[in-house]
Each structure stands twice: as C-alpha cells, then as structure tokens.
Design a binder for this molecule. Structure first.
Ligand code: ADP
Ligand code: ZN
Length: 436
C-alpha cells in the first residue's frame, strides 16, 4: 500500500479526536480574522470556546456562495497576502466569479488529498498521468497536477483541448491514466475513432479519472465498454480546494456506489436544505463542508448545494473515511418545465438506452404564448445515420418514448447529424434556457 494512504485507515475514534482538535483550531482562527464570520457568530451568541464536541459545529452559522460573491474578491480571506501563494476562481454561471486565495499549506493539503485519491484508484508512481483538465483559474488541472507529482507519477500536463495532439502524446509517452471531465473524454473517444485509434490496441490507458460535473452510471458503462479502461469518480469544488475532496475506491464505486470523503481535511455534514437542521448518516440532504486544514480561505459549514447521503460502517477496502453517494445532479442544473423537475442526467440516462444515438444532446427551452417549448436535440450515431425518412422518423419516436418514460414530459425530439452538437473541453453546458 502507498504510505500516502495510511491516513485513510485512521481508527474512527482517533479520527474524531483529530477532527475535533482541528475544528476548534479553525473556528478560533476564522473568528479572529474574518469579520463576517465573527459578526454572524456574535449575532447568534456563539463563541469559539463553545466547541466541546463535533456536534457543536451545528451551532455555528453557514456560509454560502453568495457570501463569496458579496465579499469578492478577498473579504473572506483569513491569511495576509504575504502568505497567499495562489488564487483560484470558479466561473460562476452568473455575475462575478468567486475568488479563493490559497496558502502554501492549503496547496499541500490539497495535493495530499488528491494523491490519496489517486492511490485509491490504484494509480502508482509507475503511472504516466495525462492531466487533460484545464489549467488556470479552474482547479481541475493544477489540482490533479500537484496530486500526481506528490504520488510520483510522470505527469503530462496537456491541459484540455488540441485533442489530436493529446492522442499522439498519449500513445508516444504511454499514458496509463487520464484525468479530465467525462464530457471531454467522450469527445476524446470520438476523435480517436475518427483517427482509427483503438484504445485497447493502440494505447496503454487503464484509468480514467473523471469529475467536475455529474455523470451517470450508464455513461461510466459506455466509457468502460468502448475503451477498456476503469472509470473512477473524483469530486471537489473550488471553495473547498478543488478535485480530491472525495474519491471512489474499487469497492465503494461498484457496490454503493459512492466516494470516500477525505474527512481528516474536509469535515462533512448533511443538512435538510429547508429546515437547515443536520440530518443523521443515511439520510439524503445537502452536503456541507468545514475545511479543517485550510488557512487562506477557510470555509465553515459551507453549503455546497450538492445533494447526497453519508454512509457509516466499514467499506470493504478497510478505509474509515465516510462514503457519500455519487453526486448525480448539480442543484444549479435543475430545470422546472411545466411544473416538473428535470435534470439533464435523466436525459443522458434515456439516450444511453438507445443504441442508435450518441449521449451528445442539447436541451433548449423556449417561451411560447402557451406552454414553454422543450426541445431536445440528439445526435445520431454515424452507423445509424441514413437519408431514409421513415427510418429516421422511427428512430425519433424511439428516442421520444425513451426520454418521455424517464422525464415524464413530452419533449420535441430533433435528430441531428453525427458530430454537429458542440463539444466541450471542460465542463459541458447542455442547457439553453431562453426563458431567463
Ligand atoms: P463551478 O461552480 O464554476 O462549476 P467548481 O469547479 O468549483 O466550479 O464546481 C464544483 C461543483 O461541480 C460541485 O459542487 C459539484 O456540483 C460538481 N462536481 C464536481 N465534481 C463532481 C463529481 N465527481 N460528480 C458530480 N458533480 C461534481
Ligand atoms: Zn472503500
């Protein structure tokens, strides 16, 4: 076993003591340095000295994304500029981005967690890790880069894009693991196919490290079947560091399926998003994190808006870090159409059940005088493409029923030519909502 993984097996009691000690330290630190946090604590009448047990965390106020926007750029920064070594920003779909300054220690903690994630996937220092997440303000590229170097992998920092060159380097340098968004990897598969590259025959690729956006179990199966690699799930968010907050082990990813949270660094809670009360392990609610080891921009009870459950009890791998369910949907992605909740992942699941189409799609919502129009553009697979109108109409109906059965709405299905919908190098935007 890689020595980096030792912490994953810390006995539960010891882990809780460690978390409590770190929790006291970070709350005290934040209270002394971040006026917004101190003011909210004072309004509630709680003090750092009130942390006697881990459960006492529930007395403290939450932080949310709009706090980071309101305090942009550095109002929630706790460390002086002299201690900051790097900024990361998350795009934010609307308005100002959020800005997260990191100290050297923050970067080290993040690399520790990401390297432990790689170890969990079975990646070793003998692997060539191609990092095809974007490098820059986005945390994906540099997060995996530092984790990969700490693990001792030979890191190939291609960043996203220039896919033909990526494939050339993959073959020439013998890449064994690739890290990117699942939607970008689908594109890599497309391009490889066009170039006549067979992953099993022509590459040494064994691991795919996918995250930064939700992807379905059906997508995982498709990726694994068409390439022969094992697809692993890595979760994270800029506010809490970046990728490597949680990762799937070979057991929990197949049986639960879920991801171990590196909870010696990132303390998780699940709350009821309506009442904001903590929920016990096993119940679904909103995931909330407190960063125990970050000092640039500590987050205390940060509401991720991601919905999941925590599981206690030993995983077969022996790790004591709690497992969370995979994040199936981003709450920001939820659409309300004709009063029905719709997630893009449901469309993805439906499309993956129809072999003649690709899981490349676009959901377009247009206001009309009566009901809003829900249109889904779907790409036909190259082999299934024909100019036989009757065959196309049959296929359109087949897609319609597959989608309707899952989403409970009757969309207008438009079939489009192979390769005609936009591809993404990073996170994909599948929804065009003209109602906003
Ligand atoms: P932005 O909010 O600009 O997209 P981030 O990169 O910080 O910036 O996005 C983090 C969010 O991405 C998470 O809160 C979650 O919703 C989603 N996400 C990250 N990793 C995964 C994953 N493995 N599975 C599902 N969703 C994920
Ligand atoms: Zn496990």
């Amino acid at each position: 076993m890689n020595p980096l993984s030792n912490k994953d097996f810390t006995p539960v009691e010891e882990l809780k003591n460690l978390q409590l000690e770190k929790l006291r330290r970070i709350i005290d630190y934040e209270y002394g340095r971040v006026p917004l946090f101190r003011r909210r604590c004072d309004e509630r009448g709680v003090k750092p000295s009130d942390v006697g047990t881990l459960e006492d965390l529930a007395k403290f106020p939450f932080m949310v994304k709009t706090d980071l926007r309101d305090e942009y750029p550095m109002g929630l920064t706790a460390a002086p500029l002299g201690e900051i070594v790097r900024f990361h920003c998350s795009s934010g779909t609307t308005g100002k981005p959020i800005c997260i300054p990191n100290t050297r220690g923050d970067i080290e903690v993040w690399a520790d967690a990401t390297a432990r994630a790689l170890a969990m996937f079975g990646v070793t220092s003998g692997d060539v890790l191609q990092v095809s997440y974007g490098y820059g303000l986005f945390t994906g590229g540099l997060g995996l880069h530092y984790g990969g170097e700490l693990m001792g992998c030979a890191v190939l920092p291609t960043s996203a894009g220039n896919t033909e060159k990526q494939l050339m380097l993959m073959r020439d340098l013998g890449t064994t693991a690739i890290a990117c968004t699942p939607s970008y990897f689908l594109y890599v598969i497309d391009v490889a196919k066009k170039l006549g590259i067979d992953f099993r025959r022509d590459t040494r690729l064994r691991h795919g490290i996918f995250g930064a956006e939700p992807w379905t179990d059906e997508m995982r199966a498709k990726i694994e079947d068409s390439t022969g690699i094992t697809a692993h799930d890595i979760y994270g968010l800029t506010e809490i560091s970046g990728p490597g907050v949680a990762a799937s082990c070979p057991y929990c990813e197949r049986s639960c399926p879920g991801l171990h949270i590196f909870e010696d660094h990132y303390y998780p809670e699940i709350i009821d998003p309506k009442t904001l009360e903590p929920l016990p392990d096993g119940e679904e609610g909103e995931l909330v994190f407190t960063t125990l080891d970050r000092f640039g921009t500590p987050m205390i009870r940060y509401r991720t808006r991601d919905l999941t459950r925590l599981h206690t009890g030993r995983c077969e791998c022996g790790r004591t870090m709690r497992v969370m369910d995979r994040i199936r949907n981003r709450s920001d992605d939820m659409l309300i159409v004709h009063g029905v909740n719709l997630f893009p992942s449901q469309v993805e699941t439906a499309l993956l059940s129809v072999p003649e189409v690709e899981p490349h799609y676009q959901i377009i919502l247009t206001p009309t005088e009566n009901l809003d129009l829900l249109e889904i553009k779907v790409e036909i697979r190259g082999e299934a493409f024909s100019d036989n109108i009757r065959a196309l109409e049959e296929l359109r109906k087949k897609v319609f029923y597959a989608v309707k059965q899952i989403i409970g709405l009757s969309p207008k299905i438009t079939l489009v030519e192979p390769g005609s919908l936009p591809r993404s190098e990073g996170k994909i935007r599948r929804v065009i909502d003209n109602r906003r």
